[in-house]
Design a protein around this ligand. Structure first.
Ligand code: AMP
Length: 572
C-alpha cells in the first residue's frame, strides 16, 4: 500500500504554507491568474492525463459513459462559448437544475471557465424553493431538462424577469426565444475558448445552505477556493496517482461540487458519478466493479448500510478500497467501528460546511482515529473553541470545555458573502474569527468533538445538553436505528429532553420499549440529561443532504409554523 501524502500530522501542521501548496497549481498561461476550471481540466490536457478518464457516469440503467480530460476541455469550452453568444457578463449567475448527468458537470466547469458564477440546485426541489433561489441569486441562465422545464419552471418565468434563457438538455430544437436546445447550441459553437485573466478574488460558486435554520442563504465562493479543494484532496482524501474516487453527494449540496467535481479533477484522478439514488446493493457492486480506491459518503448512508444485515468485505471484492470518508453530520463512534470491520479500511470523519467551501477538520490516514471525533484542523487552518458574549470572543485553552467552534478567517475557501445579506454575513465574524454556528469540544490531544448546532442546544434543569450526545447514547441501544432529540419547553426545568426514535426491524414500539430506552439512557448518561419523553416514528425528517431537521420536529411538536421546508427530503 502506498504511503499517505500526509506522513505525520504534527510536523506537517507546523510547516504547512498555503503559498507553497499553491505551487502545485499551474495558473493560467502567461501568469493570468488562477481559474478553477483551468486547474481542474485544461492544465491536465497539456500532459499525460489528456486521454485518461476524468469522469465515468453510471446511468440509471447501469450504462457507463466515460469522459476523458481532453473531452471535458472541449465540452466545457463549448459551453463557455454558448454563454458568450448569449451575451452573459462575467460574474452573472448560471444555475443548473439537473440530476447527476454529464451536462451538469459540463455546465459547472464551463461556467467557471467563462467566469460566470455557477449555482447548482437539487433536482428534487419543487417550484417554490426553485423560485426563491433563482430570484435571490439573480439567475440569468438556467440549464435543466424538458420535464423539469415544463413542470417546474415554465410557470415561474413571469416572476423571474432577470432570467434570460433556459437551456434544455434533451430538446432537439429550441422551444422558443427563451427555452433553447442545449445540444443544438453545443453543436453550433467552437471548442476553442481562451479563459480570461482570473483574479483569486473573482466570484465562482454560489451555494444555498441547507437551511436547517431560517431562510436559505447564498454563500459566495471565489476562484481561490481551488487551493483548499486541491490540498484537502491531497492530504485528507489522500489522492494518489491513478486513483478511482467516488463521492456520493449530489452537487446540489456543496460536497457534491467541491468534492464531486472540483477536488478530484484538480488532483488528476478518475471520478465515478452514479445517477441513481441510494441503493445499498448497487453501491457495493459499484465499489467492487469500478475498483474504487477512495470513497466519500455521509453518515446517513453509512447508517442505512449498517441496517442491512451483511458484511460487505465478505461478499464483495473490496481489495482496492483504501479509505472511506464521511461528512455532513456526526459520525457516531459505533459507525466508525462498524465501518472499519465492514470495509476493512479506516473510516474517517471530517467536518466542514457550505461557508468554509472545503474540509476544515479531519481525520487523516496517518493519524490515530478516536472514533466519534471529527479529528484535527487541516494544516493551514486554525480552529478553536470560544466563549462568545455579544461582540467579545474568548478563546478557551483548557481542554474538554464546550463552546463555539471558530476558525481563523484566513484560509482560501472561506465564503466571501451571503448574497445580498451583508448584515447576516458580518454577524458570522468576531475579530479575526469566523463563528461556525456549531458547538464543540477540544480534548487534551487536540481532537475536536462535535456537540451540536449552537441553536439546537437544550437547556434542562440548568444543564447544557447537546442533542447529538443524547442521540449517540440512544443509538447504542440495540433496538435503535436512528434518533433525533429536541428541547421541549417545560416550565419546571426550562426544557425537557424529548427523543424521536426509529426502531430497527423486528422491534416493537410500545410502552415497555419506551421505558427500556429511558432506563438505558438514564443509566448511561444520568437522569439530568436523559430523555424524559420518547416518541416512536417511522422516519425522521431530513434535509436532502441527510441532516436531521430537529427544527422541524420541534415546530411540529409545539404546533408552530414549519418554516422553510425547501430542503426537506420528500415524504417526511
Ligand atoms: P452544510 O453547510 O449543509 O454542509 O452543513 C454544515 C453543518 O453540518 C455543520 O455546521 C455541522 O453542523 C454539520 N456537520 C458537517 N460535518 C459534520 C461532522 N463531521 N460532524 C458533525 N457535524 C457535521
Amino acid at each position: 500500500m502506498r504511503k499517505p501524502n500526509l506522513a505525520e500530522y504534527n510536523t506537517f501542521y507546523k510547516v504547512f504554507d498555503w503559498k507553497k501548496e499553491q505551487s502545485g497549481l499551474t495558473g493560467l498561461p502567461g501568469g493570468k491568474g488562477i481559474n478553477i476550471a483551468y486547474e481542474a481540466v485544461d492544465r491536465h490536457t497539456e500532459g499525460q492525463l489528456k486521454d485518461s478518464l476524468a469522469i465515468r457516469f453510471i446511468r440509471k440503467d447501469d450504462q457507463r459513459e466515460d469522459y476523458s480530460y481532453g473531452m471535458l476541455k472541449d465540452l466545457t469550452a463549448k459551453f463557455a462559448n454558448i454563454l458568450r453568444k448569449l451575451g452573459l457578463e462575467e460574474g452573472e449567475r448560471v444555475f443548473s437544475l439537473l440530476g447527476r448527468v454529464p451536462e451538469l458537470y459540463i455546465v459547472a466547469l464551463g461556467s467557471l471557465k467563462y467566469k460566470a458564477v455557477f449555482c447548482p440546485l437539487f433536482s428534487v426541489f419543487g417550484p417554490e424553493p426553485i423560485l426563491q433561489r433563482l430570484s435571490r441569486g439573480d439567475a440569468r441562465i438556467l440549464v435543466t431538462n424538458a420535464q423539469f422545464y415544463i413542470h417546474k419552471i415554465k410557470g415561474l418565468l413571469d416572476q423571474l424577469p432577470s432570467l434570460k434563457y433556459v437551456l434544455i438538455t434533451d430538446a432537439t430544437e429550441d422551444f422558443d426565444d427563451v427555452a433553447l436546445s442545449f445540444p443544438k447550441w453545443m453543436e453550433r459553437v467552437s471548442k476553442d475558448f481562451e479563459i480570461r485573466p482570473t483574479n483569486l478574488e473573482d466570484p465562482a460558486l454560489l451555494h444555498f445552505t441547507s437551511g436547517t435554520t431560517g431562510m436559505p442563504k447564498g454563500a459566495l465562493h471565489v476562484h481561490q477556493a481551488v487551493l483548499t479543494h486541491f490540498t484537502t484532496g491531497k492530504y485528507v482524501l489522500d489522492f494518489q496517482k491513478g486513483d478511482v474516487f467516488w463521492c456520493t453527494a449530489d452537487p446540489g449540496w456543496v460536497t457534491g461540487t467541491s468534492y464531486g467535481i472540483i477536488s478530484p479533477l484538480v488532483n488528476g484522478v478518475s471520478s465515478i458519478i452514479d445517477e441513481n439514488e441510494f441503493d445499498g446493493m448497487r453501491w457495493y457492486e459499484i465499489l467492487e466493479k469500478e475498483k474504487v480506491n477512495v470513497w466519500y459518503t455521509a453518515p446517513t448512508a453509512i447508517r442505512r448500510l449498517m441496517r442491512m444485515d451483511l458484511v460487505p468485505k465478505e461478499r464483495y471484492d473490496l481489495s482496492h478500497l483504501r479509505l472511506v470518508l464521511s461528512v455532513g453530520e456526526p459520525l457516531h463512534a459505533g459507525a466508525v467501528v462498524w465501518g472499519e470491520n465492514a470495509f476493512g479500511v479506516p473510516v474517517l470523519d471530517n467536518w466542514w460546511q457550505t461557508e468554509t467551501g472545503g474540509i476544515m477538520i479531519a481525520n487523516y490516514r496517518s493519524m490515530k482515529v478516536k472514533p466519534g471525533s471529527m479529528g484535527k484542523p487541516l494544516p493551514g487552518v486554525v480552529a478553536a473553541i470560544a466563549n462568545i458574549k455579544e461582540e467579545d470572543i474568548i478563546i478557551q485553552d483548557q481542554p474538554d470545555i464546550q463552546g463555539h467552534l471558530v476558525l481563523k478567517k484566513d484560509f482560501p475557501s472561506i465564503f466571501r458573502a451571503y448574497l445580498h445579506e451583508e448584515e447576516r454575513y458580518k454577524k458570522c465574524f468576531k475579530g479575526d474569527w469566523y463563528v461556525t454556528g456549531d458547538l464543540a469540544k477540544k480534548d487534551k490531544d487536540g481532537y475536536f468533538w462535535f456537540v451540536g448546532r449552537a441553536d439546537d442546544i437544550i437547556k434542562t434543569s440548568g444543564h447544557m445538553v447537546g442533542p447529538f450526545e443524547v442521540e449517540s447514547t440512544l443509538m447504542k441501544h440495540p433496538a435503535v436505528a436512528e434518533a433525533a432529540v429536541i428541547g421541549k419547553p417545560e416550565a419546571s426545568i426550562g426544557e425537557l429532553v424529548k427523543a424521536f426514535v426509529v426502531l430497527k426491524e423486528g422491534y416493537e414500539a410500545n410502552e415497555d420499549m419506551e421505558l427500556d430506552l429511558i432506563g438505558f439512557a438514564r443509566k448511561t448518561m444520568g437522569p439530568a440529561v436523559a430523555p424524559k419523553e420518547i416518541e416512536f416514528v417511522d422516519s425522521l425528517p431530513k434535509t436532502k443532504s441527510g441532516k436531521i431537521l430537529r427544527r422541524l420536529l420541534k415546530a411540529r411538536e409545539l404546533g408552530l409554523p414549519e418554516g422553510d421546508l425547501s430542503t426537506l427530503e420528500k415524504n417526511q
